[in-house]
Structure formats: structure tokens, C-alpha cells
Design a binder for this molecule. Structure first.
Ligand SMILES: [Zn+2]
Length: 304
């Protein structure tokens, strides 16, 4: 009992030290004098860091090696957000965790909503007009959507720091040029494939599939760790056999157990396809992961 009390005392001291450090540097700066910008998770962190360049310290609230669906903020996250001057948010399926964080943020925090103006689809790939829970939140997996997100980010950064407007415009332009190149690689790389269907762990690839004209069937729906019923697994094995699917696509940050069962029963192999929600490999970024995904899709769909 005594030891537990001492532990809590030490935790309080650490939190107090964080808060004091925040007060010394003020809400709109850190010890390096730069603006601090929080991003909810990996794809937002990538785009924010690329556009903010050396004007800001950007960090991801959800650690980069952690699967972001159903993430619960820690006490440390609330301390960090309270010291950020801007927050790059995704909204959609991640809105709940972002709202919880914003409740602890400085009242003057600038929210940059990356998904603004991106056309949305539901789990089945149908267009949707309004924000409801049925919306597929994985907008970043289409490079065309990322272009819109880059423009939203640029606008947000300019309104935060007008002195560096030219710098943000130039960074946004290079990021968008890279996205256009990625889009061209996908268009040519996925032209003339023998198959137009893939079987993936969770339904993260709806926007990508819609953009490049194929179908993605998922094991667990919009969330990666929802285990399907035995009946659903049997149905997926049937689909894999009927479509002569030779590769079942698993992901880095989710349990591959069901993908392995389906692969074994359907006589298929497994390959990794990354939903770019995070990665444990620090040298990767949005573009390297998306290029690897293209190479995987070309194998899975038997493209010329
Ligand atoms: Zn997801």
C-alpha cells in the first residue's frame, strides 16, 4: 500500500514537471522556439511534417507502431496536447479520440481538419454525402485524396503562421508532385492485371480500390481486430477458392491469425499490404509504404 502511494507520488511529480516545462515555454512554442503541432496518427504526421518542414516540431499522438483504431489516449497524451499550438485531425472514424484530446487542449489551439472536402464512401464503396458512423475513414490510401489533404494542411499552416506562406506553398507543391507521381505509378502499374479482386485483413483499401478499378474484400470490416464468425471465415474461404485468389493480404500491425487460416484452407500464400495507419519501421514514410503496396498488389492481382 505504502509502495503504491509512493509510486503515485512519483507519477504526479513527473506530470507536474511536464506541466511546468510547458508553462515555461508557453503554449505556442517549445524549448527550440518552434511551434509544436500534434497529429492524430501516422498519415497525418507524415503530411504535416513534410509541409511544416523546419518551422515546427510535429509529433504523432498515437505512437507510430500502434494500430490506431480504438486507441485510448494516455495521461501523457493529454499533457502533450495541452502544449501544442495546432492539431492536425482526421475526423471521420477517428473523431471520438480527437474530441477527447481536444477537451484537454489549450483553448487557442488551431485545429487543421485534413479530411475537409474529401468525397466520402461507405464500407461497400458507395458515395455518401454526410458524416455518419458508416463512413469508411481510410481516405489517405488514395493519393488523389492525399492531394486534397495536403491543400487543407497548407491552408491550416498558413493561417497559423502567415510569415512562412511561401515556404508552405512550396512544400505543399513538392508533396503534391510526389503524390501525382505515385498516382501515375498506380495507374500504369495496375493496368492490365489478370485479377480485379483482393482479399485483405480489414476494409482499409476502399478508396484505393475505387480509384484504380478493383475490388477489396475484407476479413474483418472497417476495423482490423474484429474477429469474424466461423461462418464468415468459411464464406471467405469459398470466395478465395471461387476467385482463384492466390494471396491473402495481411497487415503489419494487426493479428494475421485469420488471414493465415483462410490462406491455408484456400491453398493460398500470404503477403503484407500496409493500410498506412502506422509502422514499426522508422525509415518508412507514406510514399515508401505506398510503393511497396503497389508491388504487392501487382503480385496479388497478377499484373503484366
Ligand atoms: Zn483501418
Amino acid at each position: 500500500m505504502e509502495r503504491k502511494a509512493a509510486g503515485l507520488g512519483a507519477l504526479a511529480a513527473v506530470l507536474a514537471a511536464f506541466i511546468v516545462a510547458g508553462c515555461i515555454t508557453g503554449p505556442f512554442g517549445n524549448q527550440s522556439g518552434k511551434t509544436t503541432i500534434a497529429a492524430t496518427f501516422y498519415p497525418l504526421y507524415d503530411i504535416t511534417e513534410a509541409l511544416a518542414g523546419d518551422t515546427a516540431d510535429v509529433f504523432s499522438i498515437i505512437p507510430q507502431g500502434v494500430e490506431p483504431h480504438d486507441y485510448e489516449p494516455s495521461s501523457g497524451d493529454f499533457v502533450k496536447i495541452s502544449n501544442a499550438s495546432a492539431f492536425a485531425t482526421m475526423g471521420l472514424g477517428f473523431a471520438q479520440v480527437e474530441q477527447k484530446l481536444l477537451a484537454s487542449a489549450n483553448r487557442e489551439i488551431k485545429v487543421i481538419e485534413a479530411s475537409k472536402g474529401v468525397p466520402l464512401i461507405d464500407e461497400a464503396g458507395n458515395d455518401v454525402a454526410t458524416s455518419t458512423q458508416a463512413i469508411d475513414p481510410h481516405i489517405w490510401l488514395s493519393p488523389k485524396n492525399m492531394e486534397k489533404m495536403a491543400l487543407n494542411m497548407r491552408n491550416g499552416l498558413v493561417s497559423l503562421d502567415q510569415n512562412n506562406e511561401d515556404y508552405y506553398n512550396s512544400n505543399a507543391q513538392s508533396y503534391i508532385s510526389k503524390l501525382e507521381m505515385l498516382d501515375a505509378n498506380y495507374r500504369s502499374g495496375l493496368a492490365g492485371c489478370n485479377k480485379d479482386v483482393i482479399l485483405v485483413n480489414h476494409q482499409a483499401f476502399g478508396y484505393l480500390a475505387k480509384e484504380y478499378g478493383f475490388r477489396a474484400i475484407s476479413i474483418s470490416g472497417l476495423e482490423p481486430d474484429v474477429e469474424p464468425s466461423p461462418g464468415k471465415i468459411a464464406e471467405l474461404i469459398g470466395i478465395a477458392r471461387e476467385n482463384n485468389i492466390r494471396y491473402i493480404l495481411f497487415e503489419e500491425l494487426a493479428d494475421p491469425k485469420v488471414a493465415n487460416i483462410i490462406a491455408r484452407e484456400a491453398g493460398a500464400a500470404t503477403l503484407e499490404l500496409n493500410p498506412v495507419e502506422g509502422t514499426r519501421v522508422p525509415s518508412e514514410n507514406y510514399f515508401t509504404l505506398m510503393e511497396k503496396n503497389l508491388a504487392t498488389l501487382r503480385i496479388a492481382m497478377e499484373c503484366g
